[in-house]
Design a protein. Structure first.
Ligand code: GLN
Length: 263
């Protein structure tokens, strides 16, 4: 959808095809809304913040400043883990989502895997407020527990043992923060920035996951451009991990790594 199509579907609460099948002139108030959305966009605000929602894996998510906009490439992460867990065909799953943000991964897991429960951790109370609303919108309240906690503390303290861990942690190197597109710069730095080489969070998540995964538990994480080798190496030195696999996003770039614990 073009920006204008998206704005109009939000203002008129209709689908894209409705815009063309049932066209009608805008009221004065609708025109004012459209003009305001266009000028916010021209000032560099992400379209999803302006309309207040986005779609991820076919589900609707409320978003706004203070929460990362779910990305299409993150759907690959969700998809890879869903396929793996469906193939395992267990009766129930306990999944950990580290840095849940809008809740897009936790909620998608809950929707797609009937017998799963998800513990979703985030350090940001503002992000969790969105995640909680999104759980309501997507009607998976009973399957998800949110915890406001720094991941470092959570992993140390938790008594849970998980069947799977999923995470799309911050992975932008500090020096690259200044070169991000204008709209990405309006997203929370907390959700993006990950130290000098962008690997800060993986160095913690990969080894500490071994401690909180059940036998045969699976860890799946998204990573950034050019980080595949270092991620593979990190798994190799924190192992033993089995079945380490790297998957590409829809643009053909390595984007997700998944591995199963071997003890
Ligand atoms: N899990 C959320 C997402 O994938 C938030 C990730 C983040 O804030 N780094 O969109």
């Amino acid at each position: 959808m073009t920006d204008d199509e998206l704005f109009l579907t939000a203002i008129l609460n209709c689908s894209r095809s409705d815009l063309y099948l049932h066209p009608r002139p805008l009221t004065v108030q609708e025109q004012v809304q459209l003009d305001e959305m266009r000028s916010r966009r021209a000032a560099g605000e992400p379209v999803q913040y302006i309309v207040g929602f986005t779609e991820f894996f076919g589900y609707r998510f409320e978003v706004g400043p203070d929460v990362l906009v779910p990305r299409p490439e993150t759907e690959v992460l969700a998809d890879v883990l869903i396929r793996e867990l469906k193939a395992q065909n267990k009766k129930e799953y306990l999944i950990l989502d580290i840095g849940t943000g809008s809740g897009c991964l936790a909620i998608t897991m809950a929707k797609e895997l009937a017998h799963c429960r998800v513990v979703a951790v985030d350090i940001s109370p503002k992000a969790l407020a969105y995640a909680r609303r999104n759980v309501g919108i997507n009607k998976v309240v009973d399957q998800i527990e949110f915890i406001e906690r720094d991941m470092f503390w959570f992993m140390d303290e938790t008594a849970h043992r998980f069947d799977a861990i999923i995470s799309n942690p911050p992975y932008i190197p500090t020096a690259a923060m200044g070169t991000l597109p204008m709209d990405v710069k309006q997203e929370p730095e907390l959700a993006l920035q990950a130290g000098p080489d962008g690997l800060h969070f993986y160095r913690f998540i990969v080894p500490s996951s071994r401690r909180v995964l059940k036998d045969q538990g699976v860890l799946a994480v998204e990573f950034g451009d050019g980080q595949a080798k270092e991620l593979q190496n990190l798994f190799a030195i924190t192992g033993p991990w089995d079945k380490i696999q790297t998957c590409n996003d829809n643009a053909g770039r390595p984007r997700v790594i998944m591995a199963q614990i071997a003890r």
